[in-house]
Design a protein around this ligand. Structure first.
Ligand SMILES: *[C@@H]1O[C@H](CO)[C@@H](O)[C@H](O)[C@H]1NC(C)=O
Ligand SMILES: *[C@@H]1O[C@H](CO)[C@@H](O)[C@H](O)[C@H]1NC(C)=O
Length: 327
């Protein structure tokens, strides 16, 4: 405890320095660059009970340890450090839900580890005793329904019955896409038509349209999390995955540009009249070719995971942005 109090004290001083100038209203949090910052990571992943083994890269033997020490620096402002207690207090009495794929659930779990352990005890205390915020997670990788029928599992692009689970929430934080690149259905249904498969971008856009008609709560859409399997896209044509990457790209833009699904998502969100905010984390994540587990995930060398992220790491920045958005 004593040590924590000291490190908390110095963190406070540091954060006062770092917070100048404060987050400007209207600052574009999504354009900027990564910088090395010795005060990161903001928590020790070995003390965070919510981190699943496949994302605990350090524990899994990842030898290079720079990857959690980069801070996202937007061009026009500085992000406030994530403060779990404050996050809960700001949302006191509210209900929040994260309907999204399991993988992203795991990325949000350490939301409550983004503090020194002194804070962690506070958060546990809050969650156990007061529960001022109801936080729910709902596994729904595609947003639209997947239903088990006689012919097999059917993804219904124009149906969103699962949305009933989201009613009554004050804030919904959505995410999708991660699972769209893998086929985990037998049929796709649109109206009365069934097909075994179709252009995934087209399917994704129809599903987003269905979702757009459904959504009426204040919603936040967590943008698309990119993967790194093609070195040509970051100027290293010999690289066929993220394995061995130890540094971010230092510039502000990704040579390969944004993946096409981002365009589809933005187009779909542009058609929605309801208040949906996109937390556009794709570009900042694209710059982090070093941030994935690669062979330090669960499958070891055979796994070579360049689509999920090490924790601590890049998703902490997504959480930081979510927090700053709510400030
Ligand atoms: C269903 O298939 C028919 C025939 O191929 C086509 O004319 C129709 O537009 C399709 N409907 C939908 C909703 O895709
Ligand atoms: C990698 O990206 C380059 C540049 O866009 C493209 O030409 C190539 O087909 C891609 N390779 C793979 C395996 O997708």
């Amino acid at each position: 405890m004593g040590d924590n109090a000291i490190s908390y004290g110095s963190m406070l001083v540091l954060s006062l320095l770092l917070l100048l100038p404060p987050l400007a209203k209207g600052c574009d949090m999504f354009t900027g660059q990564w910088m090395k910052d010795p005060s990161y990571p903001l928590y020790d992943p070995s003390t965070c009970p919510f981190i699943r083994r496949e994302f605990a890269c350090k524990k899994n033997g990842r030898p290079d340890l720079d990857y959690p020490t980069f801070r996202w620096q937007p061009q026009g402002c500085k992000l406030a450090w994530f403060n779990g207690v404050d996050f809960l207090q700001k949302n006191r009495g509210k209900k929040m839900m994260f309907p999204k794929s399991m993988a992203v659930f795991d990325m949000y779990a350490p939301l409550f580890c983004s503090q020194v352990s002194l804070y962690y005890d506070h958060i546990r205390h809050y969650l156990n005793l007061h529960i001022p915020v109801e936080i729910k997670f709902d596994r729904n990788p595609y947003l639209v329904d997947i239903v088990s029928e006689k012919i097999g599992s059917v993804m219904k692009l124009d149906s969103i019955n699962d949305g009933k689970n989201w009613l009554g929430m004050d804030t919904l934080i959505f995410n999708t896409w991660h699972w769209w690149s893998r086929k985990s259905w037998d049929y796709i249904q649109i109206g009365r038509n069934f097909t075994k498969d179709m252009d995934r971008m087209a399917a994704f856009e129809i599903a987003l349209g269905t979702w757009g008609k459904w959504v009426d709560t204040v919603s936040i859409f967590q943008g698309i999390s990119p993967s790194h399997y093609n070195g040509s896209l970051w100027g290293e044509p010999a690289a066929h995955s993220c394995a061995g990457q130890t540094e971010p790209l230092w510039g502000t833009s990704y040579p390969g540009g944004l993946p096409p699904e981002v365009g589809v998502l933005k187009r779909a969100l542009g058609k929605i009249t309801k208040p949906v905010t996109l937390l556009d984390i794709t570009m900042l994540s694209l710059l982090r070719k070093d941030g994935h587990p690669s062979i330090y995930g669960i499958g070891g060398r055979t796994g070579n995971d360049c689509s999920h992220w090490c924790l601590s790491g890049v998703p902490d920045t997504w959480n930081e942005i979510l927090y700053n958005y709510m400030l």
